[in-house]
Design a protein around this ligand. Structure first.
Ligand SMILES: *Cc1c(COP(=O)(O)O)cnc(C)c1O
Length: 429
């Protein structure tokens, strides 16, 4: 029986292909598996490489829909990335940093975007269809999606970002010239970009243009994010691992929970948030209302209303959620202090998001199993945030070659006004 998916708000089940192409369910809910398959843990842990582990795990999820040979090509191409697990020294002994930033755009979002793009291309080929992916972005998602989908047959990407409101490195990553990708610099803010995208999806004048999305609520991005958790468990067996996940929209954490529910042993999860503390407040048992988004220096985690919470709440009842997951909130000042402290005490240079995670761990927010080996997910490369890191340490982090090449390469971007008409015109062209 192939694995089917239903909306968090409804009962009708759809195939993976359908859930992938739709992104959001028609009733506004998010797709979750009807039944979670059992992970072939022994087989996965016996894999010699990360992409082979990826194939063995994803095969149980997608095997009925994407034939093995194709899935193997997809995982070999998309997941051929190093995933080093770096042990910290000194007073930080026992804590490891799993670096998820060795992909082309230097954040963990490359894993999901690259795998999803190739699955989508394959499904479109089978159906003889094409799509245009529309993304509004204020940071890491846009460049990971642009890079992951670039040059994939049958797919075009139109990317909207608020002109002048993303960091210089982020902007260069967004507007790097890529085949099949059109970057639009919107004279407005992120909310304008999002409004334009939402309006385009329901615009009758665009009915003839097949549109899809690739944001972090897409199940196609979530499933590949399970894989590095399994990779860490494989590397540290037989000790049960505790994971610390720098979180915003809660996609990465949800992927870890899915892996656990499918049979991956863990000793717990620690969700590390910045001032956008909706999820810590839920777990602490107090006020659990969404709040307006607050701007911080770990800006990829600036989410006041995390959409994946709806998925988490469907997968875990409140009691289980509280036993399995702890949460911490870290301010900007504490984040800067964390970058400094970790560097002083270990020599490790952390980006602001990873620093939020390290600070959460230092406080011992792990609860139940303080002696379990802890793996902090390093979600971005420090060179993505040179201003903040240099502000904390007094020197800029070393730029990896692939970033330097990108920063020197050709760019392609068009200015547009913040209106549906402007976007419509681009989409029809
Ligand atoms: C997206 C992102 C996060 C937050 O991940 P979620 O899945 O939204 O919780 C954390 N760190 C970095 C660097 C990111 O790009």
């Amino acid at each position: 029986m192939p694995i089917t998916y239903r909306s968090t708000r409804g009962r009708e089940s759809v195939s993976f292909a359908e859930a992938l192409l739709r992104g959001l369910a028609p009733d506004g809910g998010l797709y979750v598996p009807d039944a979670i398959p059992r992970m072939p843990l022994e087989e996965a842990c016996a894999a010699g490489t990360f992409d082979e582990l990826g194939f063995r795990v994803l095969e149980t999820w997608l095997g009925e829909e994407i034939e093995d040979e194709t899935l193997r090509c997809i995982t070999q191409e998309a997941l051929n990335l190093p995933v080093p697990i770096v042990p910290l020294e000194g007073v930080w002994k026992g804590i490891r940093v799993m670096e998820l930033f060795h992909g082309p755009t230097l954040s963990f979002k490359d894993f999901g975007a690259r795998t999803m793009a190739r699955c989508m291309k394959h499904i479109l080929e089978t159906r003889g269809e094409r799509v245009t992916i529309l993304v509004a972005t204020s940071g890491d998602t846009g460049s990971a999606v642009a890079d992951g989908f670039a040059g994939q047959d049958r797919i075009e990407v139109v990317l909207l970002y608020p002109k002048g409101k993303v960091s210089p490195v982020q902007e260069r990553q967004l507007i790097a010239e890529r085949p099949g990708v059109c970057a639009l610099a919107v004279a407005g803010d992120f909310d304008d970009c999002q409004r334009m995208v939402k309006a385009a999806f329901v615009d009758p004048a665009l009915a003839g243009v097949p549109l899809s999305s690739a944001n972090s609520i897409n199940i196609g991005r979530l499933l590949p994010q399970m894989l590095y958790y399994v990779w860490a468990v494989r590397s540290l067996r037989p000790a049960p691992v505790r994971f610390c996940v720098p979180s915003g929209n809660l996609g990465n954490l949800t992927a870890g929970i899915l892996a656990h529910l499918s049979g991956m042993p863990v000793s717990g999860f620690l969700a590390a948030h910045n001032a956008n503390d909706f999820f810590p407040r839920v777990l602490w048992g107090g006020d659990a209302a969404f709040a307006p988004t607050v701007r911080t220096i770990s800006n990829a985690m600036d989410v006041g209303a995390p959409s994946n919470f709806e998925r988490l709440a469907t997968l875990l009842d409140p009691g289980r959620m509280r036993t399995l997951i702890r949460a911490e909130r870290v301010s900007d000042e504490e984040t800067i202090a964390s970058i400094r402290r970790v560097y002083d005490e270990t020599g490790y240079v952390a980006d602001p998001h990873t620093a939020v995670g390290l600070e959460a761990v230092r406080r011992g927010g792990g609860g139940a199993a303080p002696h379990a080996p802890t793996v902090v997910l390093a979600t971005a490369h420090p060179a993505k945030f040179p201003e903040t890191v240099a502000g904390a340490l007094g020197f800029a982090p070393k730029e990896p070659d692939r970033l330097a090449a990108l920063l020197d390469g050709p760019v392609a971007v068009e200015d547009v006004s913040p209106t549906l008409e402007a976007l419509r015109e681009r989409l029809r062209a």
